[in-house]
Design a protein around this ligand. Structure first.
Ligand SMILES: [Zn+2]
Length: 251
């Protein structure tokens, strides 16, 4: 899951923070800041991209009510992620959140155990006793390990994730040839394909040891909204924890 930083509340032409009366009217500003991808599964969304309340505006009684209109509580989501998340109470202690954590670190994308059509998200091996249950809860929150084999299928995420993995492998093979001739052009091509394919963790994993590619993959002028503080320019733009002061779980 790509770590995000969507920035401060957008301002109007006079420099005042925009305060819409309909949360859906944040959609354009969100696309401009973080691109047209689901913030949770990172699938590119060409239509019906939903504006999503990170902390739900109608949680069960007794839980924190999310601000119904504030920019700070908005992200973009696909239908399956948003529907799965629903009114589940959300906070950054219980879940890994794309604007609070380096959400690349706790997860890994793997082939489905028995059905080659699908790739799913699972907990990254090596998480500690604080991190593992939090990763597990986050996967359950938006059902990032789900496959949909119903006749009236609506959830294409696992299939699209698998196709993205194939695209990453193919792009890597071409990159290996092209980089020997023109590394900059080769890296730019990878990032162009990545921006159209989404599922950014696949790209980070594959190109982890290619600093030129990682620099461009994590450049938020190229792929908007990536939290650049989650990648270390002094170490080839490899992912780094976002909360280093939290000893129990710096992710
Ligand atoms: Zn999604």
């Amino acid at each position: 899951m790509r770590p995000l930083n969507k920035g401060n509340t957008p301002t109007d032409s006079t420099g005042n923070p925009i305060s819409p009366t309909d949360y859906k009217s944040w959609r354009k500003a969100l696309i401009d800041r973080i691109g047209a991808y689901c913030a949770y599964c990172n699938m590119p969304i060409k239509h019906a991209l939903q504006v999503e309340h990170v902390v739900p505006k109608n949680p069960p009684a007794g839980y924190t009510v999310g601000d119904p209109l504030a920019w700070s509580n908005m992200l973009l989501a696909c239908g399956p992620c948003n529907n799965a998340k629903g009114n589940t109470p959300v906070d950054s202690i219980t879940f890994y959140l794309p604007e609070e954590h380096n959400t690349h670190l706790p997860f890994v994308i793997v082939p489905h155990a028995t059905d080659a059509k699908h790739a799913i998200v699972t907990e990254r091996p090596g998480l500690n006793v604080n991190q593992f249950p939090k990763a597990q809860r986050t996967i359950a929150l938006t059902e990032l390990n789900a496959t949909d084999e119903r006749p009236n299928i609506v959830d294409l995420r696992s299939r699209e994730r698998k196709l993205a993995a194939i695209t990453v492998n193919s792009t890597r093979n071409i990159y290996n040839l092209a980089a020997a001739i023109n590394p900059i052009l080769a890296a730019e091509h990878v990032v162009h394909v990545a921006s159209r394919t989404g599922f950014f963790s696949l790209w980070y994993e594959e190109f982890m040891n290619e600093p030129l590619v990682m620099e461009k993959l994590t450049d938020n002028n190229i792929i908007k909204g990536t939290a650049t503080n989650c990648f270390d320019p002094a170490n080839g733009y490899k992912p780094i924890p976002r909360n280093p002061g939290n000893i129990a779980d710096p992710i």
